[in-house]
Design a protein around this ligand. Structure first.
Ligand code: URP
Ligand code: ZN
Ligand code: ZN
Length: 467
């Protein structure tokens, strides 16, 4: 007898929509059949419910080391728990390298942070901030061989940014090794110059974070990174793209046949610059980089999902408490925007927001939803078809969705350890009802049934996207 059958499932993959029974045994999907007569230890009837591959969140920050006295409010336990409640069954947090550190050492350290903590499977993106010849000449190739095939680099942040020369060296090495390079594209010198001018005028409130990082700061860096990618003939993936000109720049490069990939995030569809103006320092809750733009800009982000400019939609969950002295209020409720830690929480709300407004709001198809939230991140980061689809032989990471709801998002209902959500009060029309990770029910009827430590580290294959 097999472990589980999900009957009458309305299954959507990135390409198809069909009704069938899904058989699960020993953590894998073992059959997809119409009106199966097989029996299982447990049967779930999913009649009239969408049954989708578990979400793959290709970009989140958990228990990430910082240098400014702040502390992330979610670790692998609370972050993975929250992700599971939101229908995500694979997460990809970052392992950050500071200058002078060995990549291998930081990876070992992040394994210690994650070990026996996660409810769902995970992999890491190492962040390269020290592009020394040892790091990119020796460590990077060795790490790719060991299953770390995707890295992030920054064009901004004092401690993390690489200059153009270092980016060229890193891209050349990554290209040789067939690694995926994720790029945070903002021009550091420009935003630093703007920040200094704003400070001189006494403009240090949260909303001025947005003035220090206008769209052109992002689009200039995007354009330059595409040039560096072309020079080294190495594909790149832009993360958390927000600005309409940056989107157009990426689209143009893709149209010319360059291997340029892109990710966006819910904050660029559902949050806006005016949120940063909220009083009593509330605007700090919305500070992330790049910053939320204006409502007109949101249309370009939706369009980028519709027309395929964006391959991936991730949360970029970067959790800092609003209250207390380790988060947004690191220097009290007058903390100048420059010192407010960047990032918003969103692991749990990513899928319900996009499903509700995108699919049920008829902006995107159910297949596009699966593509950008599960299949593409699994493919691009070398985990497909183990993750990211419903097919025979794939891990049984499956979400049965409840629709026809009117649910107000409230932080008190979420399962992260962060003291706010920027989506407080927004209404969604769906929520994951049953969440299954490798055949095990992790969440059902709002209850956590999964076990801390069940989630395993996943080694990544070389991605087809970089050939
Ligand atoms: O503001 C953001 N996005 N914080 C997280 C760090 C990053 O650059 O992704
Ligand atoms: Zn970034
Ligand atoms: Zn991020």
């Amino acid at each position: 007898m097999i472990d589980l059958i999900i009957k009458n499932a309305k299954v959507a993959t990135a390409s198809d929509l069909f009704i069938c029974d899904i058989g699960v045994d020993k953590e894998k999907i073992v059959f997809l059949e119409k009106n199966s007569s097989k029996v299982a230890k447990r049967t779930i009837d999913a009649k009239n419910q969408y049954v989708l591959p578990g979400g793959v969140d290709g970009h989140c920050h958990l228990d990430q080391r910082t240098k400014d006295g702040t502390e992330m409010s979610d670790n692998f336990e609370s972050g993975s728990r929250s992700a599971a409640f939101g229908g995500t069954t694979t997460i990809m947090p970052f392992a950050i390298q500071f200058k002078g550190e060995s990549l291998r050492k930081i990876i070992d350290e992040y394994h210690t942070r994650a070990n026996d903590q996660s409810y769902i499977d995970y992999t890491f993106h190492p962040i390269i901030s020290d592009a020394s010849s040892k790091v990119i000449g020796q460590e990077l190739p060795a790490m790719v061989k060991d299953g770390y095939t995707h890295f992030k680099i920054y064009m901004t942040y004092e401690d993390l940014q690489l200059n153009d020369r270092e980016i060229l060296d890193t891209l050349e090495a990554a290209g040789r090794e067939k690694a995926v390079v994720m790029i945070h594209a903002e021009n550091y010198e420009c935003l630093k110059w703007l920040t200094e001018k704003l400070e001189a005028e006494g403009k240090t409130d949260p909303v001025h974070h947005s003035d220090s990082r206008p769209g052109v700061v992002e689009s200039e860096a995007t354009n330059r990174a595409i040039a560096l990618s072309r020079i080294t003939k190495t594909p790149i993936l832009f993360v958390h793209v927000s600005d309409r000109e940056a989107i157009e720049t990426i689209r143009n490069a893709q149209n010319k046949g360059y291997k340029i990939y892109a990710e966006t995030c819910p904050q660029y569809l559902f949050l806006k610059r005016d949120d940063l103006k909220k009083g009593n320092f509330e605007g700090a809750k919305y500070i992330c980089s790049p910053p939320p733009r204006d409502p007109e800009n949101q249309k370009y982000v939706w369009n980028g999902i519709q027309n395929g400019t964006f391959d991936i939609l991730s949360s970029d969950h970067a959790p800092f408490n609003f209250k207390g002295d380790k988060g947004k209020m690191i220097n009290g409720d007058k903390t100048p925007f420059k010192n407010i830690p960047n990032g918003v929480p969103g692991l749990e709300t990513r899928l319900p927001l996009l499903f509700s407004e995108g699919v049920l709001g008829k902006k995107i198809s159910i297949n596009k939803f699966v593509e950008v939230t599960s299949t593409n991140p699994a493919k691009i980061y070398g985990l497909y078809p183990k993750k990211g689809t419903i097919s025979i032989g794939s891990d049984a990471d499956i979400v049965i969705w409840d629709t026809g709801l009117e649910k107000k998002i409230k932080n008190s209902d979420l399962h992260h350890d962060t003291d706010y959500t920027p989506y407080e009060g927004m209404t969604v029309k769906c929520w994951p009802g049953t969440v299954i990770s490798r055949g095990n029910v992790v969440v059902e009827n709002g209850k956590l049934l999964g076990k801390k430590g069940f989630g395993k580290f996943l080694k990544s294959e070389i991605s087809n996207y970089v050939y």
